[in-house]
Every structure is written in structure tokens, then in C-alpha cells.
Write a protein that binds this ligand. Structure first.
Ligand code: PEP
Ligand code: MG
Length: 568
């Protein structure tokens, strides 16, 4: 068994088709005629553009605009004047052939991206490689491997699959795919989830271990791959698959039902999203609203700040598609592990304790005001609530609210309409905020607890540091007490309290949170039905006892052990 990163759910068993990496043999040559080389580049760019337009159209028809935008981005790389100039001047100055000039330019770009301390940007490398390979192949007149021609049912095994490979795949015949490299936020992974085929990435040397014709079992949830399984393993797999399919069917039956305990306590189950791309999953999984829209993704992966109009269109689309369900949009939370080059945050010794989120917005108010204007203008299209991240004191909250008031007044003056009764809440992710939540509750309409950060700040454990990951647990008694305190303080002031950190979907945490009186849980859309199923099997009276017991325990081990035992 080999373990990788499961990026798209599902269990399959089938024959492998190893896609050999087509080595493009490029040699460096000295040339005499600069013009001929430059002309070759121009022609190849034109052909490549035509191919990309075709792929874009196909993807637009099958998967919609958001997925098609991946190929719009490819066209932007293709048409980037910096890139074209770079290649042309290499041909001219070094008198080298166009393929080599392209290779050098690609390497330059890739090295620059690889050195970036940001997973999301690093994963764009496959997009760059995809575009450059296309241009080079078009110059060499090589056929571009077309996955739409596969006519046997297979599991693809590849070093990496480019986004255009995934987009052109014949879904009927590709049962799943596994790759040596890649991560969960790569465009390839995103496409796999849209295609709804199981996929596992990051398997290091899977292309060396598997031969075409080998049989594979793939479990896209756990990230497990079994090569040429024994009869026993196949039997086990069949059972697992039957269970998985049954569970999927059962979960489908839960669509449209309430998230309510046996004895009638209702909880709202909302979705966390990163952009309009995720709305499909939100609807498919019957989310009761959006509990967290991480707007920073709109600011990432580009060179300039998104304009008010661009933001307005994105917010409007999300709010309108969900209407009348509530949509909580969080204002910009950049900094920490999420960097944006044009914001010039600079290197900090402790970025998670540094210039981040609301701190940036209060400092660079033009950025904040633009976002607030876009949000307010979009508020008339449905049920929008605004949420501020990383609030650590009452002063910050009051300042953020007063800027919001300023923006409202300026819209009033311009006669632009917005929801005058818009609800405003804050994330509780800094311990100082939890401690004074009784004060803050008087100034907001809701709280949403962000455990991802609350744990790291309470226990002083960097959420990104693998070495100390064992210390990072939502079952930490200090964290649990803070959560209980926030819920009680919120209720004391008659506001609702939700949670949008990863802990909100953790099976063993749910009875505790429910017992503490949480009102809303927001999570990845794919977790919603599972959590609803669990809630519908619980009794509020019983979970209240559980949470009381847990709050009297003193160690993570004791709490986790107790919960695991109950949930067996
Ligand atoms: C959190 O901190 O729990 C949270 C939801 O915010 P993010 O993960 O975006 O920091
Ligand atoms: Mg956070």
C-alpha cells in the first residue's frame, strides 16, 4: 500500500495506464537567422492560442465559467509581453534557437515560483509548464497527447497531469488518476473534483512502481493506493466500496432534511468557500448558507488589487446564487501563510503574529473601504452578513465598524442602495478576544469561532509546523474552555455563536460543541451531509452531559480518548 494525498473522493478498482512523460528533446543550437526563430515563436503562439481557445470552449460548456477561467489564465501566460520579450531577446542576444530560449525562460519563471513561500503560488508551476510545453511542442510539430482518446476503462498513472490534460479527459473511461506530484489546491485537483473521479496526488514515485496493465485499488478519501492487490484485498475493497456507495446513497437521502437532534435542537450547517467556484458543491451538499467566504482568494494569484467592480461582481454572484440563504463574507485576511506580492507585506519574523488581516485593513484603509463598498453594494442581492477576521481588541472592532459607517454614509450621499440593516460579526480566533467576548458581544450581531487560529494562539503552536503538530489539538482543555466561554458570553447578550474552523466538522468535536450550545457550524461543503447525519442521531440532553464531563477533564489525551470511545 502506498499513501498519498487524496484530493477527490471515491473508491475504484481498475487497470493502470501509465502515461510516460514525453521527454521533449531540446538541444541548444547557435543560429544565424534571428528572424526565422522569432517567426517560429509567433506561429507557435498563434497555434497554441487556437488550441487553448478550443479547450476553453469545451470546458465552458461542460463545467462552466469558473473552470474555463483556468484556461483563460493559460492564455494570459501565453500572451504575457514580459515572457515574449524575454524569449525574443534571448534569441537575439545569445543567438540561440527558439526552443532553447523558451526552455531557459520557463526555467527562470519556475525557479522564481518555486522559491515563493506560498503553496498556492507554487502549485501554479504546473500551469506554467503546461503552457511552455504546449508552445515548444507546437514549434517541434509534436502531437499533444490527448486524453480524450482513451477508449479503455483505466486508472491513469502519471508524474503529473496538467490542468489541460484533466480538462480534456474522457470521463467515461478514466476511472481515476494518481500522480507523483501535486497538492490539494492545484488546478488538476480542482478539475478532478469537478469530474467527480477519485484522485490521489503526491505519491512520489508511483510511475516507477506501476506498469501499464497492473491492477490498482484507489481510495481517494484516505489517499491509499494498492498495486496488484491480492484476492483478499480485492474482497476487502469490494466491501469498502459497497459501504462507501451505501453511505453516499444514505447521505443523499439526508438532502432536504433538517439539521436537528432527536429531541429537537436545531443547528445551522453552513459552508466555507473560497470563491464562486465552490457554489456548485455548496448546493449539491445542501448547505443552509455560507458561514465563511474567505475573500483573500480574490486578491491572490494576480499582480494588482481587484477593483471595486470586480469584487462587487464576485460577491453579487455568490449572494444571488444563495438567496435567500445567509452568506457571511469575511473581509480580507491576508498575511500569515497567505501572501500577496503587490501588498508588499515584507518579511516578518513572526507573520502569524504580525501584519495580518484586519490590522492591514485598518492601516491601509483604502483597501478596506473598497472591499466594504463592494460588499455593501452587493448586499441588496440577498442575505449578506459581514465578518471581520483577527479582531484582538474592542478598539479594533470599533474602528472597523466606524469605517463601515463612513462607507455607508458615502454610499447614502451618492444615492447608492445597500442593506441598511446589514448584520456584522467577528471571528473569535485570538485568545484576547475570547476573554473579552462578553464586552464584544454588545457590539456585534454574531460570533464565529475560528479554531484554526484560536488553537495556534492559545497553545502557542504554529499551525503550519509539522514538528509540533502533536500539540495542536481542538481537544486541548484550554481551547475547549475558551469556546464554552465565548458561546455563553454570546448567548448572554442574545447573539448567535457559530464556528468555522476545521474543528467544526470533526466527528468527535460535534457532540461537545452541540452540548455547549453552539448555534451554527460552517465547514467544507463535502462534510455537511455527514455532520447532519451525525447530528440527527444525537440527543441534546445527552450531549450536554458529555460536554460538561469533558470540561472537567484536564488533558487532551483524556478528552480525546473519552470522545473516541463514545463515537465508536
Ligand atoms: C480559522 O482561523 O479557524 C479560520 C477559519 O480562518 P483561516 O483558516 O482562514 O485562518
Ligand atoms: Mg483564521
Amino acid at each position: 500500500m502506498i499513501l498519498g494525498t487524496g484530493v477527490s473522493d471515491g473508491i475504484v478498482y481498475g487497470k493502470a495506464l501509465v502515461i510516460e512523460e514525453e521527454l521533449i528533446n531540446i538541444e541548444k543550437r547557435q543560429i544565424d537567422n534571428i528572424e526565422i526563430e522569432q517567426k517560429k515563436l509567433q506561429t507557435a503562439l498563434k497555434i497554441s492560442k487556437g488550441q487553448l481557445l478550443e479547450i476553453r470552449e469545451r470546458v465552458l460548456k461542460e463545467f462552466g465559467r469558473d473552470k474555463a477561467d483556468i484556461f483563460q489564465a493559460h492564455m494570459m501566460i501565453l500572451e504575457d509581453p514580459e515572457l515574449i520579450d524575454n524569449v525574443n531577446s534571448k534569441i537575439k542576444e545569445k543567438k540561440i534557437n527558439v526552443e532553447w530560449a523558451l526552455k531557459e525562460t520557463a526555467d527562470q519563471f519556475i525557479i522564481m515560483f518555486e522559491s515563493m513561500d506560498n503553496e498556492y503560488i507554487r502549485e501554479r508551476i504546473s500551469d506554467i509548464k503546461d503552457v511552455f510545453n504546449r508552445i515548444i511542442k507546437n514549434i517541434l510539430g509534436q502531437k499533444i497527447f490527448d486524453l480524450s482518446n482513451i477508449d479503455d476503462k483505466v486508472i491513469l498513472v502519471a508524474k503529473d497531469l496538467t490542468p489541460s490534460d484533466t480538462a480534456t479527459m474522457n470521463k467515461k473511461n478514466v476511472l481515476g488518476f494518481v500522480t507523483n506530484i501535486g497538492g490539494g489546491t492545484s488546478h488538476t485537483a480542482i478539475m478532478a473534483r469537478s469530474l467527480e473521479i477519485p484522485a490521489i496526488v503526491g505519491l512520489r514515485d508511483i510511475t516507477k512502481r506501476v506498469k501499464t496493465g497492473d491492477f490498482l485499488i484507489l481510495d481517494g478519501e484516505s489517499g491509499k493506493v494498492i498495486i496488484n492487490p491480492t484476492d483478499e484485498e480485492i474482497k476487502e475493497y469490494e466491501l469498502l466500496k459497497a459501504q462507501y456507495d451505501k453511505n453516499k446513497r444514505e447521505l443523499k437521502n439526508i438532502i432536504g432534511k433538517e439539521s436537528i437532534t432527536i429531541d429537537g435542537r436545531k443547528i445551522e450547517l453552513a459552508a466555507n468557500i473560497g470563491g464562486p467556484d465552490d457554489i456548485l458543491g455548496v448546493n449539491e451538499n445542501d448547505a443552509e448558507g455560507i458561514g465563511l467566504f474567505r475573500t483573500e482568494f480574490i486578491y491572490m494569484d494576480r499582480d494588482t488589487m481587484p477593483t471595486e467592480e470586480e469584487q462587487f461582481n464576485v460577491y453579487k454572484k455568490v449572494i444571488q446564487s444563495l438567496n435567500p440563504k445567509p452568506v457571511i463574507i469575511r473581509t480580507l485576511d491576508i498575511g500569515g501563510d497567505k501572501q500577496v506580492s503587490y501588498l508588499k507585506i515584507g518579511n516578518e519574523a513572526n507573520p502569524f503574529l504580525g501584519y495580518r488581516a484586519i490590522r492591514i485593513c485598518l492601516d491601509q484603509q483604502n483597501i478596506f473601504k473598497t472591499q466594504l463598498r463592494a460588499l455593501l453594494r452587493a448586499s441588496i442581492y440577498g442575505n449578506l452578513k459581514i465578518m471581520f477576521p483577527m479582531i484582538s481588541s474592542l478598539e479594533e472592532l470599533l474602528e472597523a465598524k466606524s469605517i463601515l459607517e463612513e462607507v455607508k454614509i458615502s454610499l447614502d450621499k451618492q444615492g447608492i442602495s445597500y442593506d441598511h440593516d446589514i448584520k456584522v460579526g467577528i471571528m473569535i480566533e485570538v485568545p484576547s478576544t475570547a476573554v473579552i467576548s462578553h464586552v464584544l458581544a454588545r457590539h456585534v450581531d454574531f460570533f464565529s469561532i475560528g479554531t484554526n487560529d484560536l488553537i495556534q494562539y492559545t497553545v502557542a503552536v504554529d499551525r503550519m509546523n509539522e514538528k509540533i503538530h502533536h500539540l495542536y489539538s481542538p481537544f486541548n482543555p484550554a481551547v475547549l474552555r475558551l469556546i464554552k466561554m465565548v458561546i455563553d458570553n454570546g448567548h448572554e447578550e442574545n447573539i448567535w455563536v457559530g464556528m468555522c474552523g476545521e474543528a467544526a466538522a470533526k466527528k468527535e468535536m460535534i457532540p461537545i460543541l452541540l452540548g455547549m450550545g453552539i448555534d451554527e457550524l460552517s465547514m467544507s461543503p463535502t462534510d455537511i451531509l455527514e455532520v447532519r447525519k451525525l447530528i440527527r442521531s444525537l440527543k441534546y440532553e445527552y450531549v450536554r452531559e458529555i460536554s460538561e464531563k469533558v470540561l472537567n477533564m484536564s488533558t487532551v489525551k483524556e478528552i480525546e480518548g473519552y470522545m473516541k470511545n463514545i463515537m465508536k
